[in-house]
Design a protein around this ligand. Structure first.
Ligand SMILES: Nc1ncnc2c1ncn2[C@@H]1O[C@H](COP(=O)(O)OP(=O)(O)OP(=O)(O)O)[C@@H](O)[C@H]1O
Ligand SMILES: [Mg+2]
Length: 391
């Protein structure tokens, strides 16, 4: 997971002009204005980010304060702002474990990109020391009815089976108006966010636990009751905060993501470790999958590339459905996975209420989603150098 929001982040700002940022790009952060003398005592446990305006400080005093900061145990991530920063100052800054410089003037976006990169780097360092970090997979359909919800549910179940731990996976339904995950699982959605109003932005782990519906061993669901105004009643900050807390509480978060872009869509995608676009094998769906994937690649600064998964593949193609080779030509790339068609298993499971892996464990859907999850999660584990899962 990367950082989703600055809500509640403790930022120590050194420089008289910096408080204005709290009303702009750093909105939501707990910004404290400090003097240069405070630098030496800043610690990562109490400060999430140090922001220093070098143009407003005496160069020699700033250099010695930075040297003092670098010499202590756990300095917070530090961003130095300024124009024509002297090399000697930058060299001192580089002695800090996590730091960056930003040339003034800068745009709000430049500042936020630098801040998120620093928070992510600091988070990665902390979690490398603490053990494996949580992973977030976001699943969205290229067109309506492509199977995003079905695959999100089965992928979450497959991850929970792999982990064999309590509370290891959280399925989050961000279709805030009429999400289908709870109905498909025969569960009661408990995330009544609309009644919380702005308090939803201050969500904490205890409240989130009260909103979670247990589905099975290792798997919880966060889904809202049906509400036609659902998207308008919950702020962007609340959505990002919920995901952030879910990522702290669970090893894996799987997001059933609406297809249409919302105020929070790009941040959720940018914070995801994997984005899966589900397509079916029709020409309009394949073209939509390609377009959606390109839109995401262009919009994200992270350079992330969504994976395309073809759903409802028939073992023998009758009629006019494109072959896999034709599908990949339309996509202009290889598909990253395929899930077989099994209407009987899919319909039986939604009618009975529960995952296909529970009602029809031998279905090809379960086999194919398991293989997809194994491939992606296995690759993640190898990359992280994590020990293989328990047999
Ligand atoms: N591999 C499959 N084989 C057979 N039926 C499937 C398969 N995947 C999904 N389905 C069925 O297709 C229908 C649509 O699936 P689903 O609701 O998961 O799609 P979606 O992309 O989430 O749709 P929406 O755009 O409404 O969110 C459901 O009836 C589901 O049971
Ligand atoms: Mg759906």
């Amino acid at each position: 997971m990367t950082h989703w929001s600055l809500l509640g982040r403790r930022v120590l700002a050194i420089g008289p002009d910096l408080p204005a940022l709290a009303r702009g790009p750093l909105f939501g952060a707990a910004l404290e204005l400090g003097r240069l003398e405070r630098l030496g005592e800043a610690r990562a446990e109490t400060t999430d980010l140090l922001l220093i305006d070098a143009d407003g400080a005496d160069e020699a005093a700033l250099a010695s304060a930075l040297a003092e900061l670098a010499s202590q145990g756990a300095p917070p991530p530090t961003l130095l702002l300024g124009s024509r920063l002297p090399a000697s100052l930058v060299r001192t800054l580089l002695r800090l474990p996590v730091s960056d410089v930003l040339e003034t003037p800068f745009s709000d976006e430049d500042l936020l990109n630098a801040v998120y990169a620093l928070l992510d780097a600091a988070g990665a360092q902390a979690s490398a020391a603490a053990g494996p970090r949580s992973r977030c997979w976001t699943i969205m359909g290229a067109v309506g009815g492509a199977g995003a919800t079905t695959i999100a549910i089965e992928a979450a179940c497959a991850l929970a089976r792999r982990s064999r731990k309590d509370r290891s996976v959280c399925l989050v339904d961000l279709n805030l108006a009429d999400g289908a995950t709870a109905a498909y699982l025969g569960a009661t959605p408990a995330m009544g966010l609309a009644s919380f109003g702005p308090a939803a932005e201050r969500m904490d782990a205890a409240l989130l636990a009260a909103f979670a519906t247990p589905i099975g061993k290792g798997l919880d669901l966060l889904a809202c009751p049906r509400d036609p105004q659902g998207f308008d009643e919950i702020s962007r900050e609340a959505v990002l905060r919920i995901l952030e807390i879910a990522c702290e509480a669970y090893d894996h978060v799987v997001v059933d993501m609406p297809r249409h872009r919302r105020g929070w869509t790009l941040e959720v995608l940018a914070g995801s470790d994997e984005v899966l676009i589900i397509s079916e094998l029709t020409v309009p769906a394949l073209l939509a999958a390609r377009a959606l994937s390109e839109e995401i690649e262009q919009a994200l600064p992270t350079g992330a590339r969504p994976r395309i998964v073809l759903n409802r593949l028939a073992s023998r193609m009758f009629g006019a459905a494109p072959s896999l080779a034709e599908a990949e030509r339309a996509l202009q790339r290889k598909a990253d996975g395929g899930v077989s068609s099994d209407w009987d298993a899919a319909a039986a499971s939604v009618n009975l209420g529960g995952p296909i892996s529970q009602h029809r464990p031998k279905s090809k859907i379960v086999r194919d989603v398991d293989a997809l999850v194994e491939r992606i999660a296995g690759r993640e584990e190898r990359r992280a150098g994590a020990a293989p899962r328990a047999a």
